[in-house]
Design a protein around this ligand. Structure first.
Ligand SMILES: *Cc1c(COP(=O)(O)O)cnc(C)c1O
Length: 402
């Protein structure tokens, strides 16, 4: 976890825009992007930001300005990216479980398309033949990543076409004339073990040899960032070195020279986001002390959904004596953010900060309990810019036929 934005600046943002509030650090995003570029400099991949992590148009614009493309899992993400000025050829559409209608629309928009099942591949081939080359998502049968809910490349995962079914992909190609321009794998999220990437890479390179005219190897995302103090993320420099040597060996052995794509989501934004909340209630129950805050799993679901750890700081009372708390939300459901967490004494009104809230934070928020979603601000060199206003009661009514 990085040192991050100063408490002074975060408190100022909370004063200006109230809590709960999502805060993002533009310079941090730039630095994360550069880290990837440096680590992979030997083979100069194209980076496509997986925008389901955080899709505010202002964030997409930053990514575009940095030179990144965008990986989208829905047509609306494609439209948001285009709103941010990203051209179609720098967008990948990687949906799953969607009908032909969405692929047809993606063709009309002119974006790169990544197909993850055989029946759509066949229908797509029949409709578009060789006129619209696509990428194919392979399921490598590798179990990797953090919580099982974020593992996507194992045998029982719904994602991708099994690596054992490559012959069926080739049959579609032979039958319809479809052109496979690239192969894609995305094995999961929070992958620390470099061997997992190398295994996936070797497998996808071996599979790539079975296709003529293949240009792109898309290795997905999943780079881990530390959440717990002292924890380590993916060792990117070591990963970059090992990948470069695998590519070189492959090139020497086969003459193939692929363009490499990555789709980092969490790595680019997780560390760069903060959720600021206010302590409303300190409840001394017989067995433990609760801090009740003005937010809940409607705003940050990761602790309840993935048992994720989010570091919490009390920036209003950093010198206070440490006490042990359960930090809970204000939703009528159990929504514990942290169990038995040691924090400088929390007083009503104190501002607490959840770290690593940039990825899958606001983006997974909801209006459960008819509470509105927080505002979002972007900090650019100490300048605090509102990039999404707080929702209101009127927003709740919008769309309802009354
Ligand atoms: C979610 C996703 C990613 C990004 O994963 P991170 O763990 O956030 O890096 C990349 N590619 C695809 C296809 C995804 O679905």
């Amino acid at each position: 976890m990085k040192a991050g934005l100063s408490s002074e600046l975060l408190l100022k943002a909370a004063q200006l825009h109230n809590t709960p509030l999502y805060v993002y650090d533009q310079q941090c995003i730039q630095s994360q992007y550069q880290q990837l570029q440096t680590a992979f400099a030997a083979f100069q991949p194209s980076l496509f930001y997986a925008c389901k992590a955080l899709s505010n148009v202002n964030i997409l614009r930053i990514m575009h300005q940095l030179g990144a493309g965008i990986d989208c899992v829905s047509l609306n993400e494609v439209r948001l990216s285009m709103t941010a000025g990203v051209p179609a050829d720098k967008i990948i559409f990687t949906p799953n479980s969607v009908g032909m209608d969405e692929y047809v629309e993606a063709v009309a928009l002119g974006v790169n398309i990544n197909i993850d099942n055989l029946s759509i591949l066949r229908d797509f081939g029949k409709q578009f033949g060789k006129t619209y080359p696509v990428l194919v998502r392979i399921n490598p049968h590798i179990l990797a990543g953090g919580n099982i809910k974020i593992s996507t490349g194992h045998e029982d995962s719904k994602f991708g076409i099994s690596v054992t079914q490559v012959d069926a992909i080739k049959a579609v190609v032979a039958e319809t004339g479809l052109v496979v321009k690239g192969l894609h794998i995305h094995t999961g999220s929070e992958i620390k073990d470099i061997d997992v990437y190398i295994k996936g890479l070797e497998l996808v390179l071996a599979t790539a040899q079975q296709f003529d005219g293949l240009e792109i190897i898309d290795l997905g995302g999943g780079f881990k960032v530390p959440y717990v103090p002292g924890e380590k993320g993916t060792d990117l420099l070591a990963l970059g070195e090992r990948m470069a040597s695998v590519f070189n060996q492959h090139k020497q052995a086969t003459g193939a020279n692929y363009t490499i794509w990555f789709e980092p989501g969490k790595f680019l934004v997780s560390d760069c986001g903060y959720l600021l909340v206010k302590a409303n209630v300190i409840k001394e129950a017989p067995s433990r002390t609760f801090v009740g805050v003005d937010s809940g799993f409607n705003h940050l679901i990761r602790p309840m959904f993935y048992e994720a750890y989010h570091h919490i700081e009390n920036i209003s009372n950093p010198q206070g004596i440490n006490k042990t708390y359960n930090v809970v939300g204000n939703i009528c459901e159990t929504d514990t953010f942290a169990w038995d967490r040691s924090l400088p004494e929390v007083r009503p009104g104190d501002v607490l900060v959840f770290r690593n809230a940039g990825a899958y934070g606001f983006e997974m928020s909801s209006r459960f309990n008819s509470r509105v979603r927080p505002a979002e601000v972007l900090i650019d060199n100490k300048e605090i810019k509102l990039i999404r206003r707080r929702e209101t009661f009127e927003d709740l009514l919008q769309g309802q036929i009354i």
